[in-house]
Design a protein around this ligand. Sequence first.
Ligand code: ATP
Length: 247
Amino acid sequence: LGKELHIYREVSSTNSIAKQMAKSGAREGTIVISGTQSAGRGRMQRKWFCPPGKGLLLSMLLRPKISVQFIPQLTLLTAVVVAETIKKVTGCTAGIKWPNDIYINNKKVCGILAETSFSRTNVEHVIIGLGLNVNLNTDQLPPDCKDTGTSLSIELGQRVSRISLLKQFITSWDEHLQSFMKEGHPYLRSKWLENNVTIGKKVSINKRDGSLDGLAVDVSEKGGLIVRLSDGSLQEFLAEDVSLRNN
Ligand code: ATP
């Protein structure tokens, strides 16, 4: 990962730039980084904000040879790598909230967004973007996220080097990807379970047609969340269909 690295001061979104590069044949593992984004995206048309130079805004281009239904595993793998990166560089314990957020002390420090392009039934490429709050102070968090968001510097009380985070992210990605390719879902599941803050918690699943309460019990091979509903049945939810609140 990162043998080819494109660094910008400002772009619309790093995922959009990486997607353009993918279409013009950029190599697997290409990374796009930007100091800020004018149109950073989250899931479901939500926005991701970061003031210039304060975050690690990064997208990577992957050309995985796995079938479409397993692509969400790559989001889970990215979350494991981000949690490890934060731990190794800062010593802070970060937890993964299914499917795509990283939390420290119950506050969101990083969001992850995977976008897949298909040709017929084949996966052409996957772009995985992350927005990690590194050196933002509380006033620099988006107004509606001041109570729910945090940054590494807020948690540590000191600045953190974005270059160190980038280097560690690349090293950890290569290591975990190699093990994942060899051992598959059991490897991913065990690493994800070690680092998550969702399993064992009561959750509300918000679907387009209403919400359901249950207990999060496991993560599936499709990267879905397995929940025990109040009637005792187990149901799998996929990230594209739902959003989740820890109760
Ligand atoms: P879910 O919890 O269902 O994954 P989400 O609300 O976490 O949904 P994301 O797509 O992960 O959605 O991220 C977008 C949301 O993150 C925005 O709606 C906003 O509330 C919040 N957000 C945006 N920028 C930041 C930031 N720099 N730090 C923390 N939170 C942010």
